[in-house]
Design a protein around this ligand. Structure first.
Ligand SMILES: *Cc1c(COP(=O)(O)O)cnc(C)c1O
Length: 393
């Protein structure tokens, strides 16, 4: 029971319900009914962090100096590892003091960046569908979201020409993410050049989320925003250790790019948190320095799962082109069946959890996202259950 004068701030009531929380309730109910759930709903990688990362964390734990408050701005050696990683992967030069900031996972930084830069009423451009933190952060800050609707016809790329000039003139920030969660779309380098020119012309801060930098297949190499000349003057890029290195529970990521944008975020965070446990920063540093063979193994694992599931779903009537990156399949629901209805039907009849596309914004309606976070044996069981239950396209 709560007293009626105990009510949360208005900024909380602007938030649409978090669909993953609702899915959690439904999962709990299915479990009570005794269903053996196969959860392909969240983007939560299976398996543990690489052994050298675990060993680095253990020896860092043994050092008493790591047990106090870490420096607000992150340890110098982790920031150095971040800038070295950018140089090695993209040939981009960054200043480790002013142009790189460790984060308690990129979700934290993405949401706090909004709080640091958005005043109530500011207009923010966010694709639909998109990763929830890209619009929930701005909503909490009081921003007004102008959705940039993505579609299969446009290969899920933002149609910059379709943004009215009046909107572009007013907009303060544009969030975007390629390789894309949830659509799995990738953007060619020319797109990055266009969006940088667009943002400079209209004086918009660009926020790019590169969290699938390493999860790319068949020789495809994702582009970093910071490779584009002039991007660092107007933009920042987020990355995370969560996906590639199976470190989602460790809570570590970072932002790089424009030093004044980063300074605003750092100032806000100085008032909110103390940064990341130093032992975890040491471990993250080790992860960024792993030899390429580790990355190749991760890529092979997701590529095999992708191919296995696409083939099996193909036998059930789906024609899904192989995604060039990410750890998801973005699957159209059968004609006339909505995303939520389809996801619920699949859960109730097979115990398999998939995420309704509209959880990522209205333009995700008509799709579900399937995470490739189980091995092929388990994915085989998913296909078996789909067949038994008559789930097909
Ligand atoms: C998974 C994911 C993240 C990761 O968030 P962390 O807080 O670093 O775990 C960020 N952005 C996108 C688009 C994601 O899919």
């Amino acid at each position: 029971m709560s007293l009626n004068w105990i009510s949360p701030a208005k900024r909380l009531s602007t938030l649409p319900p978090y669909v993953f929380a609702r899915l959690d309730e439904l999962k709990a109910r299915a479990r009570e009914q005794g269903l053996d759930l196969i959860d392909l709903g969240m983007g939560n990688p299976d398996g543990s962090a690489p052994q050298p990362v675990i060993e680095a964390a253990i020896s860092a734990l043994a050092n008493p100096r790591n047990h106090g408050y870490p420096p607000f701005e992150g340890t110098a050696s982790f920031r150095q590892a971040i800038t070295s990683w950018y140089h090695r992967c993209y040939g981009v030069n960054l200043d480790a003091d002013s142009e790189a900031l460790p984060l308690i996972g990129s979700k934290e930084g993405l949401a706090h960046l909004a709080l640091a830069y958005i005043d109530p009423g500011d207009l923010i451009l966010v694709p639909s569908p998109s990763y929830p933190a890209h619009f929930r952060g701005p909503l909490i800050a009081g921003g007004i979201i102008h959705p940039l609707n993505l579609s299969a016809e446009q290969d899920w790329l933002i149609d910059l020409a379709a943004i009215p000039d009046a909107i572009a003139e007013q907009a303060k920030i544009l969030y975007f993410n390629y390789p894309n969660n949830p659509t799995t779309a990738t953007a060619p380098r020319e797109f990055f050049e266009e969006i940088v020119a667009f943002a400079r012309r209209h004086e918009i801060i660009l926020v790019h989320d590169l969290c699938y930098a390493e999860l790319a297949f068949d020789g495809y190499q994702p582009t970093s925003l910071l490779e584009i000349p002039g991007a660092k003057e107007i933009g920042v890029e987020f990355h995370t250790l969560s996906k590639t290195y199976n470190m989602a529970g460790w809570r570590v990521g970072f932002v790089v790019g424009n030093s004044s944008i980063i300074q605003g975020l750092r100032t806000l965070k100085t008032n909110l948190d103390y940064g990341i446990f130093a032992a975890i920063q040491t471990a993250a540093e080790t992860a960024l320095q792993l030899p390429d063979i580790y990355i190749k193994q991760v890529q092979d694992r997701y590529r095999q799962r992708r191919d296995f599931l696409i083939k099996g779903l193909g036998e059930l009537g789906w024609k899904i082109p192989p995604s060039k990156a990410t750890m998801y399949l973005w699957v159209p629901t059968p004609t006339g069946v909505g995303s939520t209805e389809f996801a619920l039907n699949v859960l109730q009849n097979t115990g398999v959890v998939v995420t309704p596309g509209n959880a990522f914004g209205e333009a995700g309606e008509g799709y579900v996202r399937i995470s490739l976070i189980e091995n092929c044996d388990r994915l085989g069981e998913v296909l078996h259950r789909f067949k038994q239950a008559g789930i097909c396209y």
